[in-house]
Design a protein. Structure first.
Length: 350
């Protein structure tokens, strides 16, 4: 059997969908697995040892209409239609993914039903529709979509993934390991997010880490993915100059392998928290306008702090005002002592 996954973006969601690859290969004995993904996110999928074909796309041409756009569309159409698949799983469920689901050569195209699809036109290009229970986490929703096609309701627990590194990535991996103190436990810290409302205040995070250092005395490796995050991390790291350093824009396969070497990863709800969830390293997340019970990495080693909304906004997965709330008090005004106490309780249990 040959199976194609359509999950084009974003990086955090792609990471949440990764376990379905192992399920298809190991339990269903799928011979060949392909993945349709945005080119700018493809390095992560290419490094997966069980993905056979990575079909890179670039939906940027959809933002404007020109002769160049037509040429780009024709080139991508040819790429997507180059192979034929026995089954396709559209795990994106929006209009953009629907375009590539429509183009792909497969008689069986599995997608979301009307009750759960992200954008309804997607239903028009899939042939079998599934409505996963709304109580599932995001990761379990993707797995449920694939398992339901095979009428499989038995549990499946994915093993811990080790991404394949290219030679230059192996070198970067070794160089970073050499910076770590030999006789000290290392904790990775990720404070940044694409959504500012998901972030804690710098002062609160600094207080939490001060309490962590006082009790556990770890060495901190702070992560920064762009210039803005670097500024934020710089302010945070000022109080830990003698017991920390900063990693700036590490390649994701390298970072995933490094995460497997640390004692803990502490992060807000972000790609980096989900990436750490693919390893066996304990993770702790800080959640506010998204629910930890839906987005936190799975497993007994995962813990999280859930901020509370002062306006008592209720939501199933993400706050409807995630992008627009000007207050963002759910995390920005969370009590650092309570945050540490929750983290401390988690650490005692792992």
């Amino acid at each position: 059997m040959r199976a194609l996954i359509v999950k084009t973006s974003a990086l955090g969601d792609i990471v949440q969908a990764i376990p379905v690859v192992e399920y298809l290969k190991t339990r269903q004995k799928v011979d060949r697995i392909g993945w349709v993904v945005e080119k700018r996110f493809s390095s992560l999928v290419k490094a997966h040892p069980l993905v056979d074909d990575v079909i890179e796309i670039d939906t940027g041409f959809l933002r404007s209409f020109s002769l160049g756009c037509i040429s780009e569309f024709c080139a991508q159409r040819k790429t997507v239609r180059a192979s034929e698949w026995d089954v396709l799983f559209d795990l994106q469920a929006n209009c953009k993914s629907g375009l590539y689901t429509f183009l792909a050569r497969s008689e069986v195209k599995v997608g979301y039903g009307r009750e759960t699809v992200a954008e309804w036109p997607n239903i028009l290009v899939t042939t079998r529709h599934k409505n996963p229970p709304k109580t599932l986490s995001v990761r379990d929703t993707y797995m449920w979509m694939v398992k339901s096609f095979f009428s499989d309701d038995s549990p499946f627990e994915s093993s811990h993934l080790s991404l394949v590194l290219q030679p230059h990535e192996e070198q970067a991996f070794a160089q970073e390991l050499a910076r770590w103190p030999a006789q000290r436990k290392v904790w990775m810290i990720a404070v940044g997010s694409n959504w500012p409302n998901k972030m804690c205040s710098t002062d609160a995070f600094k207080q939490v880490l001060s309490l962590v250092r006082k009790k556990y005395a770890p060495y901190f490796v702070f992560l920064a993915g762009n210039g803005e995050e670097l500024k934020e991390v710089g302010l945070l790291a000022e109080g830990f100059c003698d017991t920390s350093h900063v990693m700036y824009r590490p390649e994701l396969p390298v970072l995933q392998r490094l995460m497997g070497r640390v004692e803990a990863v502490i992060a807000v709800d972000s790609l980096l928290l989900h990436l750490a969830g693919t390893t066996n390293t304990p993770t702790f997340g800080f959640f506010g306008p998204s629910l930890g019970e839906k987005y936190a990495p799975p497993g007994k080693n995962s813990g999280y702090f859930q901020g509370t909304c002062p306006f008592d906004i209720q939501f199933e997965k993400r706050c409807p005002f995630l992008r627009t709330c000007e207050e963002s008090k759910c995390l920005k005004q969370a009590d650092p002592v309570k945050m540490f106490e929750t983290l401390d309780s988690w650490h005692a249990s792992v």
